[in-house]
Design a protein around this ligand. Structure first.
Ligand code: SF4
Ligand code: F3S
Length: 344
């Protein structure tokens, strides 16, 4: 199997392009420059990682995000960056041939492949069956021999929109089903493609996963809130807020807090990595962050309400306290949700 460096060469890219990718990825991962030679050597010599990608209750938006919006790799290299043995949306075979190739890959790469799951799971075995098997069975079967599992997107990480009230299918996140294996959560609706690329490169180059937080998210990308790195923060600090989407203050780029921005309680790398080849992210395009990478973001139901007035009985001080608690283990988010549902 080819190495990533060989893929670069095959696609007509130079060693300089390859080194640029390795340097950028090392920086994005927050690794010290002293590890650069190790990263380069691994990407030059180790075979591409094998990935089996399952889709359950999803919209395929995470796949779209992954193949279209990374800024680290040219698209044609990205499509060969991993050895994608099974992916319902991208692979050529279908039906029995597809299922057979998955079985072969699981057997051939036992203990070595990365299992990526997109979409939520329904342990009741009723919904979302593929080839006569429930998604629950398919997940268990594929996870058993995986090196580790990556839940890509908010549906796989937290249950997402399929799990939103009244949760008609009984959807649950992957980590509630897979308990005996590391499950890395890469939430977002959809997540940033570069985060998945960088997480896989870390594993390939250093032989281990990047450090994870209490909710299984890579700390490098989810260690800070959107608000911590937002370029509109100076306006927030100065008390300058847009009052409506088309007012003069919005045109001047004032803070979107009063238009419902959930940046202060949302952990993601959008302000730093951004989207579409690092072109922009929601706040830069004039829309408040609605917290798509946080658990139960849809059920909170307050997308365009400012955090300070989301519900009687919860103040901005409460939310700030919740965020501080969340910095330790993510418990603050659950605490805020409880408050919003009327808990004490
Ligand atoms: Fe914070 Fe949102 Fe304002 Fe940015 S736009 S400073 S994330 S509240
Ligand atoms: Fe989602 Fe907020 Fe980023 S809505 S895409 S986490 S800016």
């Amino acid at each position: 199997m080819k190495t990533l460096f060989e893929v670069f060469k095959d696609k007509g890219y130079t060693r300089r392009d390859f080194l640029k990718f390795a340097t950028l990825t090392t920086a994005v991962l927050g690794l010290p420059p002293s590890l650069m030679p190790k990263v380069v050597k691994a990407l030059e010599t180790k075979p591409k990682p094998v990935v089996i990608w399952l889709e359950f209750q999803d919209c395929a938006g995470c796949s779209e995000s992954f193949i279209r919006s990374t800024s680290l790799l040219p698209t044609e290299v990205l499509l060969e960056f991993i050895s994608l043995e099974y992916h319902e949306t991208l692979m050529a075979p279908s039906g029995d041939y597809a299922e057979e190739s998955k079985r072969e890959a699981i057997e051939k790469y036992k203990g070595k492949y990365i299992l990526v799951v997109e979409g939520s799971v329904t342990p009741n075995g009723v919904y979302c069956t593929v080839g006569g098997k429930s998604n629950y069975e398919l997940l268990k079967e594929a996870a058993e021999n995986a090196a580790f599992v990556v839940s890509v997107g908010s549906c796989a990480s937290w249950g997402g929109i399929p799990k939103a009230s009244p949760n008609p299918t009984g959807a649950v996140p992957v980590y509630e089903v897979i308990k005996d294996k590391t499950v890395v959560n890469v939430p977002g609706c959809p997540p940033i493609g570069d985060v998945l690329v960088a997480t896989i490169v870390h594993y390939l180059a250093l032989g281990k996963l990047p450090p994870l937080d209490g909710l299984g998210r890579p700390k490098t990308f989810y260690g800070e809130t959107i608000h911590d790195r937002c370029y509109r923060r100076a306006f927030y600090n100065a008390g300058k807020f847009a009052e409506s989407f088309d007012d003069e203050k919005a045109r001047k780029g004032y803070c979107l807090y009063k238009l419902g921005c959930k940046g202060p309680i949302t952990r993601n790398a959008c302000p730093t990595i951004r989207w579409n080849g690092s072109l922009s992210f929601p706040i830069q395009s004039g829309h408040p962050c609605f917290g798509c990478s946080e658990p139960d973001f849809w059920d909170r139901g307050f997308i365009y309400k400012p955090l300070s007035v989301v519900e009687e009985g919860i103040s901005f001080k409460d939310i700030a306290t919740g965020v501080a608690i969340g910095a330790a283990a993510g418990a603050g988010i659950a605490w805020i949700n409880k408050k919003l549902k009327g808990g004490k």
